[in-house]
Design a protein around this ligand. Structure first.
Ligand SMILES: Cc1cc2nc3c(=O)[nH]c(=O)nc-3n(C[C@H](O)[C@H](O)[C@H](O)COP(=O)(O)OP(=O)(O)OC[C@H]3O[C@@H](n4cnc5c(N)ncnc54)[C@H](O)[C@@H]3O)c2cc1C
Length: 453
């Protein structure tokens, strides 16, 4: 006899052309997980839509069948908020076309930042991508997107010109700031809780020269590197972005073996300009001896992801972000952390310099951010014992930092279980909630951090 669940999956299969995996199908357990495989997502089904028309067919079916849809292109932002939903994979919506005259790109909702950087780079253009090339343009940009170039361009959501969506009625349409200001505002940085996006039109910008890379010192140099970081970021032009990390180097194949397991302090830099000016701007770091590795050099814009060389294969991890209001106190905290044995069991603790355009650019629901630095931390969690240790370390660091942070964090840095009220100002949250009630009154769509929670 067919169960109610089996009948619902059969109806779903009848409604869409893409692959549908239900709980009883081989491969469902893996398909239900995102890139952050440590998050035990429990959807009722996973649907890989075939194209934009299929996405619209799925939404129309979900309306009548009472299903909730959660778009998740790759799942770097996996959370248990997606439990009970149908996870929508957009991996087949990958087309990217660049209009070099207009300086824009139309990007399918499944395309990755690496793919966009490569296609745009061929035209001498680029996009304000973040540290990981593997995240999707959609997931990163709909959540705001704090990346390289943000100091001169603002969050990635400031680049959005138009969004092709399927709305809660199942209608495919294009949303622009002029035609639909509140929905556009909500989708640009609000996290994707208001519609199913099938493609984004984003502004690109010319990147004639890019100079960047990572300098690594042993952790014993942390105080000197922090001093140089404080001094350099105080006067840095907006074309220069600096991120400082205390790390334990992971034993990854791309990382030189002599560094495996070593406690280090790393300075990552990206400069929109040439080598000579970059060297001048980083003069304070040149005086610090003991450099273990220096990967800086001219970079093709498409190689932006190489600066941090973050892992691209799925992994279990826990993370946390905090916007810093008292930098001196947080620098002191990092100094103490290095002096007292380093970041273990975390993989890294990082400070990103913000300022510049982050303080003023209209990027929809994301920002502006007055806090000058973003503190973030992450630990890899292959088992429950290590996960407990990572959780405890994050909690103690956050407690120590509490008087020196605003309590707010960018949406894309919200940890699982954190509420959207930690990411948005009360005014922005009220606008996001009003837009949700107006455009998705039955909560057909659910993001990884729903705005009504
Ligand atoms: C290694 C690593 C590095 C990172 N670096 C940065 C960084 O430098 N800067 C930064 O800002 N963030 C960073 N993040 C966070 C990351 O940007 C977010 O987790 C982002 O959401 C990931 O993109 P994704 O493709 O994996 O999104 P997913 O986790 O797949 O999706 C996230 C959310 O986006 C929404 N969404 C995605 N696609 C659609 C769609 N088509 N329609 C409607 N809503 C949609 C949904 O609400 C979904 O839950 C990083 C995360 C990791 C794990």
């Amino acid at each position: 006899m067919t169960t109610g669940y089996e009948a619902r999956i059969a109806a779903l299969r009848g409604a869409v052309r893409g692959r549908v995996l239900g709980r009883d199908d081989a491969g469902f357990a893996r398909a239900a997980l995102g890139w952050s495989v440590g998050v035990p997502q429990r959807p009722v089904a996973v649907v890989e839509v075939a194209d934009a028309a299929d996405a619209a067919a799925l939404v129309r079916h979900a309306r009548t069948a009472g299903l909730t849809l959660a778009a998740q292109p790759s799942g770097h932002g996996a959370t248990t908020a997606l439990d009970g939903t149908v996870i929508v994979r957009t991996g087949r919506l990958r087309a990217i076309t660049v209009d070099p005259e207009a300086g824009t790109a139309r990007v399918g909702a499944g395309a990755s930042c690496a793919e966009l950087l490569a296609v745009a780079g061929a035209h001498g253009l680029t996009f304000p991508a973040g540290s990981s090339p593997a995240v999707s343009v959609a997931g990163y940009t709909l959540g705001g997107g704090i990346g390289w170039y943000g100091r001169s361009r603002g969050p990635a959501s400031a680049s959005v010109r138009a969004l092709e969506i399927v709305d809660a009625e199942g209608a495919a349409r294009t949303v622009t700031a002029a035609a639909d200001p509140e929905l556009f505002f909500a989708l640009c940085g609000g996290g994707g809780d208001h519609a199913l996006v099938t493609a984004l039109e984003v502004a690109l910008f010319p990147a004639p020269a890019l100079y960047g890379g990572r300098i690594v010192w042993p952790a014993e140099r942390t105080a000197d590197v922090l001093d140089a970081f404080a001094k350099t970021t105080a006067t840095a032009p907006e074309e220069l972005s600096l991120w400082l990390s205390l790390m334990v180097v992971p034993p990854l194949p791309d990382v030189p073996e002599f560094l495996h397991g070593k406690s280090i302090v790393a300075l990552d830099s990206a400069y929109l300009g040439g080598a000579d000016e970059a060297a001048e701007l980083l003069a304070a770091f040149a005086a610090i001896d003991g450099v273990i590795m220096d990967t800086r050099g001219p970079l093709p814009p498409a190689e932006l992801g190489a600066i941090c060389a973050e892992p691209t294969d799925p992994m279990p991890s826990l993370h946390r972000g905090e916007l810093v209001t008292d930098p001196e106190a947080v620098f002191a905290l990092l100094r103490d952390l290095a002096d007292s044995g380093g970041v273990l069991p975390l993989a890294f603790v990082q400070l990103r310099h913000l300022g510049g355009a982050y303080t003023r650019v209209d990027a929809g629901a994301c920002g502006p951010f007055d806090e000058p630095y973003l503190l973030s931390m992450m630990g890899v969690t292959p088992g429950e014992e290590i996960a407990a240790a990572v959780r405890a370390r994050i909690a103690s660091l956050v407690e120590a930092a509490r008087p020196h942070v605003s309590g707010r964090k960018p949406f894309t840095f919200l940890a699982g279980g954190e509420s959207t009220s930690a990411a948005f100002t009360p005014t922005t949250l009220a606008r996001l909630r009003a837009a949700k009630r107006a455009h998705d009154p039955n909560s057909l769509f659910r993001s990884n951090h729903p705005v009504l929670n």
